[in-house]
Design a protein. Structure first.
Length: 412
């Protein structure tokens, strides 16, 4: 284990200890979600298959889909500590931390507000995932964009935000500027190149490895040192990455978030011990939420970027995805439908390693809030996809998949 990884884990342990020390001020929230799912026969990417859903026929039935503990504690009037612990039973029993950070939010006499976060956390580029533990408030299955964010993206560093609140300026508009620098996230892009986008709600904890199908090109001399898994939060090249973002909010009716992300990866850097390259990954994300009425809203997000690895950028791809989500609430019922499109374009000259893929999916969800603690729901999803590297694995070039799930959720 590298010194950087050890330092990251030590930092997480310190945050958890702080939460324990200040337990008198701690707030503990949690969520348990059980799912009865009927999936198709395509083996999931989690199990080394080519299926793009989290579940498959081998692990369908009644499963624990989400176990979350959300911890926060005030250390002082300006400092607070936060952590999210996740429990999963697929692809194996996992208990880990997906977020852990300290936040400094000073009480200042100024029309402008600012705060700083230090630790491990998500960039705030999603409007789809405002719920506890970075869950979606609409569908149980995330969009292709935010499925990937939950897999391979996490800020292990420092983020600063300055906000111009509308009420302080007697205005209808609020604005925020966000900037961050980080290490880790060097292998981000691995899954997009060799698997493509997927649709699911499985978040990667900070110490996990993610497997993918046994891509035939990894047996070639050019890619022999690449492991058949990704450690998405590993530091490989010693460089700092960064992102910048802007938020606009109009009367809580319309919100816009624009982010540019660059992990500043050195594509020639390789950790031979872990089989992880530093991918040069950068993208632009634009997310927009509009409330037509207090009960009806539309969310659109677009992500476009590129990622490359290896000497002379042997693997070089462009990626793109967008989704449109329409949600309507009637009393205790919420109905949501989302369309996803996603694609990866192969730009390099390595014909033995085809990376192009594309697909689209449709997801429809009904949620019913029985009580403030209990929620039930039903979700159906269908997708079809094509990935050029499946042929060399003796798999079908094009596949169609469907799944339906009954969900029961309890908050505490």
């Amino acid at each position: 284990m590298s010194l950087t990884i050890m330092n990251n884990l030590l930092g997480l342990a310190v945050v958890i200890c702080l939460l324990s020390v200040f337990s008198a001020n701690a707030q503990v929230k949690g969520l348990l979600q059980v799912r009865a799912v009927q999936a198709d026969s395509q083996l999931s990417w989690q199990e080394g298959g080519i299926g793009l859903y989290r579940h498959d026929a081998a692990n369908q039935g009644v499963v624990l889909s989400q176990g979350i503990i959300d911890l926060s504690a005030d250390i002082s009037s300006s400092w607070s500590a936060h952590a999210v612990v996740n429990l999963y039973q697929d692809p194996k029993n996992t208990l880990g931390v997906s977020q852990a950070y300290l936040q400094y939010k000073p009480l200042v006499r100024s029309d402008y507000k600012w705060h700083i976060k230090v630790g491990g956390f998500y960039p705030q580029l999603s409007l789809e995932n405002p719920d506890m533990g970075w869950l979606s408030a609409y569908n149980y299955t995330n969009s292709a964009i935010n499925s990937w964010v939950g897999e391979e993206l996490r800020t292990l560093g420092v983020e600063a935000t300055i906000k111009r609140p509308a009420r302080n300026f007697n205005s209808a508009h609020s604005f925020s500027l966000v900037g961050a620098t980080f290490k880790g996230n060097d292998p981000a892009g691995t899954l997009l190149a060799w698997r493509g986008f997927a649709l699911h709600d499985r978040q990667t904890t900070l110490n996990e490895a993610l497997a993918f199908a046994p891509v035939a090109s990894l047996n070639t001399p050019q890619l022999q040192f690449q492991a058949n898994q990704v450690l998405p939060f590993e530091e490989v090249d010693g460089r700092f990455g960064y992102y910048v973002g802007g938020h606009w909010d109009y009367l809580k009716k319309s919100q816009l978030r624009v982010y540019y992300y660059d992990n500043n990866g050195d594509p020639g850097a390789l950790n031979y011990n872990t089989g992880q390259y530093a991918w040069d990954t950068r993208f632009l994300s634009v997310a927009w939420l509009n409330k037509f009425t207090p009960k009806t809203r539309l969310i659109i997000q677009i992500m476009s970027g590129g990622t490359a690895m290896g000497q002379n950028r042997g693997v070089d791809t462009r990626f793109y995805s967008h989704f449109a989500l329409l949600s309507h609430k009637i009393k205790r019922h919420r109905f949501s439908v989302r369309y996803d499109y996603f694609e990866v374009t192969d730009k390099d000259d390595w014909k033995f390693d085809p990376n192009a893929s594309h697909g689209e999916g449709l997801t429809a969800t009904w949620r019913y809030q029985l009580t403030p603690q209990w929620q039930i729901g039903v979700e159906g999803s269908a997708l079809h996809s094509q990935a050029d590297n499946r042929v060399a694995m003796n798999k079908a070039l094009r596949i169609s998949q469907q799944q339906i799930a009954l969900n029961a959720q309890f908050r505490f």
